[in-house]
Structures are given as structure tokens and as C-alpha cells.
Design a protein around this ligand. Structure first.
Ligand code: KG4
Ligand code: ZN
Length: 348
């Protein structure tokens, strides 16, 4: 069974072909450089870029694999959540292709696709507890099977990745700045008294990261020497004195620690409330974070849980995860008609 995956929910245009659970080929074009000029994703530009690039990526995929469009059995597309205009580009393309070739059409929840993606590389053990940490979402799920997701907790305000990006912006790192905080934070020990672990003194499984961002903003405002006067590139970071670099690294490490400890506490709480969970799956862009990966590896050993962490290139948005999640839905007997809609927010 040959499944095409189409991903256009935010600022990455991606297509991939998955055959019987194995990735054959993928093509990805990121818009990060375009949006970096504006310090964040500009929805109108994102849609136009998807429209410009998607047909070319699809054509490249066919040429490279020698596969004909008519050989594709299923067309899977991320139908949400995401930016409406961007999602519509992918959904319309998928409908057109399905109409032209007769391939089965399936709309996929982008967040579920992130969590299922590691199944392309290793077998997932269900029931699993899923932690999805991306630029737009911080969700925990009880995943009973590849098609049964129960939302346990979510962020009430900023997503974890959004918190990383907003703090990075405060420090004048280029967008999206999560990876700079990760890189520098790696160089120093966290000062665990510097920033709060937000919204943990309750019994809730939900998250709230906006207060943490404010705490960093206040700290940085009283330590203006920490901030780059203009957008920092790698050269600007290299040019810091060792003392300056250490101070900045301590802020990054401390913020990173606060986020990761908060995620760990909420995951532990979710585990206590759900029984018989066999594995912990962590996915989304923030799953690339070194401190999160290391902390959760230790945590899983302590809890005797199988930990599933996607390879770094499967953490951020990609077409393979959409193709794979779509193929699992189709195997379970689901499909969509040509009236399928994009669902930018809420339940997909
Ligand atoms: O899942 P993703 O690619 O896109 C969304 O669907 O949102 O996640 C992007 C997010 C951004 O906020 C980015 O800063 C964050 O993932 N991110 C990281 C790291 N790499 C990407 N955050 C922390 N540490 C990283 N190494
Ligand atoms: Zn994503």
C-alpha cells in the first residue's frame, strides 16, 4: 500500500511516500528564513509559499522514485490544527490528486501524526502516554491504539515551543529560537531558583507557560547586558567573552530546566491518573531539545517505561508522519470524501 503524505499546516511544505509502514522518499521545503525576517510566521506569506512550492516538491518526489501519480493508493493530508490558509493549500492539492487518480483520501490530525511518527522506525507500545510539544501545542494524550487518542492535558496559554521562541526573541536570537536556547543552555548548569516551574501547585494536567515567559522578561529587563543589541547570528554568539557567554548560557539553561521539569511533573501526574501505560512517546519540535531528551530518558528508566523519541528530523513538521498516520487510519477502515474540510483549531 503506497501512501502519499502532504504537510502544509504551518511553515514547512512537505511530501513523502510511505509503503507498508516504511518511508520511501520525502521532500521538504522550510520557510523559516522567509518568516525569520518578520520574527514569526506570517500566515498570508505561508499560504502563498505552500502554493508555490507544493506542486514542485510532489513532482520531484515522483521523478526521484520513478513512481507515477497513478500508482499512489492513498493520499493523506494534515487537515489541522494549523493555519487555515496553509491547510487549505494541502487539502485542496490532496482533493485534486484523489479526484484525478482515484486514490483514497484521508485527512490526518497533525498532532496525532507527530506522536505516531516514531512508529516509522520502531514499534510503538500501546497504551502509551503521549507528550506533544510543538510551536503551537503542548498536549498530553492517553493513546490506546494508533487511532484512539484521549486528550488529558493541554496548555492554557503559550505552548512550550512558543515559550522557547518568545524567550529567544527577548534575548534577540533569530526565529525560531528554541534551538539557540538548547545549544547555549547546554553549556551551563541551570540556576534552579532563577525561574518558576509554572502552574504545578495544583492537581491539573494542564500547562501554562506565559508566566514563565514573563519571569524571564523581568529578569532580562533587570540584566540588559544579557541581550544582544541586534539580532544575534552564530558569529555574534561566538564573539561573546567567556563571561558574557556563561551568563547568557545560565539564563538559557535555567529557563530550559524550568520548562523541562514542568513537563516532567505533569507527565508523572498524568501517569498516576492513567493505568497500564506501557510507553511514553514524546514528539513535536521541542522533542528535539537536548535537556528534554536526557531528562525523559532518565525518567523513563526510573518508571520502567519504554521511551519513544523520534529521530531529530522526525521531530519537526514533515510529510512522512502524515503519510504514516494516514496509512494507519486507512488500515483501520477510515477514509474521507471530497467534502473534507481543513480544521484550523479544535478537535480534528
Ligand atoms: O512541531 P514543530 O516543528 O512545528 C509546529 O507544529 O509548531 O515545532 C516547532 C517548535 C518551535 O517553537 C521551535 O523553537 C521548537 O519547536 N524547537 C525547539 C528545538 N528545536 C525546535 N525548542 C527547544 N529546543 C530545540 N532544540
Ligand atoms: Zn507540528
Amino acid at each position: 500500500m503506497l501512501t502519499l503524505g502532504i504537510e502544509t499546516s504551518c511553515d514547512e511544505t512537505a511530501v513523502a511516500l510511505v509503503e507498508d509502514g516504511k518511508l520511501l522518499c520525502e521532500k521538504l521545503a522550510t520557510q523559516i528564513d522567509v518568516h525569520a525576517l518578520f520574527g514569526g510566521v506570517v500566515p498570508e506569506i505561508a499560504s502563498r509559499e505552500h502554493l508555490r512550492v507544493l506542486p514542485c516538491l510532489f513532482q520531484e518526489l515522483l521523478v526521484e522514485t520513478g513512481i507515477l501519480a497513478s500508482d499512489i493508493d492513498n493520499v493523506a493530508v494534515a487537515r489541522g490544527p494549523g493555519l487555515l490558509g496553509s491547510l487549505l493549500v494541502g487539502v485542496s492539492f490532496a482533493k485534486g490528486l484523489s479526484l484525478a487518480t482515484g486514490a483514497t483520501l484521508i485527512g490526518v490530525n497533525h498532532l496525532w501524526a507527530h506522536l505516531l511518527a516514531p512508529g516509522l522506525v520502531e514499534e510503538l507500545a500501546f497504551p502509551a502516554l503521549g507528550l506533544l510539544v510543538s510551536g503551537g501545542h503542548t498536549h498530553t494524550y492517553l493513546i490506546s491504539s494508533p487511532i484512539e487518542f484521549e486528550l488529558l492535558g493541554r496548555t492554557l496559554d503559550d505552548a512550550a515551543g512558543e515559550a522557547f521562541d518568545k524567550v529567544a526573541k527577548l534575548l534577540n536570537f533569530p526565529y525560531p529560537g528554541g534551538r539557540f536556547i538548547d545549544m547555549l543552555g547546554h553549556e551551563a548548569e541551570p540556576d534552579t531558583r532563577l525561574f518558576p516551574r509554572p502552574y504545578i501547585d495544583n492537581s491539573s494536567l494542564d500547562f501554562s507557560f506565559s508566566g514563565l515567559k514573563t519571569a524571564v522578561a523581568q529578569y532580562v529587563a533587570s540584566h540588559p547586558e544579557l541581550i544582544f543589541s541586534e539580532m544575534a547570528d552564530t558569529d555574534a554568539i561566538e564573539a561573546l567573552s567567556s563571561n558574557e557567554r556563561h551568563n547568557l548560557a545560565t539564563v538559557c539553561a535555567s529557563f530550559n530546566w524550568s520548562v523541562v521539569e514542568t513537563l516532567k511533573i505533569k507527565v508523572e501526574r498524568a501517569l498516576q491518573q492513567t493505568r497500564r501505560v506501557k510507553s511514553l512517546v514524546i514528539a513535536g519540535g521541542v522533542a528535539a531539545n537536548t535537556r528534554l531528551r536526557n531528562t525523559m530518558q532518565e525518567f523513563a528508566v526510573k518508571k520502567s517505561l519504554q521511551l519513544t523519541l523520534p529521530e531529530l528530523d522526525l521531530c519537526t513538521d514533515n510529510g512522512a508522519m502524515v503519510a504514516y498516520a494516514g496509512s494507519l487510519l486507512i488500515e483501520a477502515g477510515y477514509s474521507h470524501g471530497l467534502d473534507i474540510e481543513a480544521i484550523p483549531r479544535g478537535q480534528v
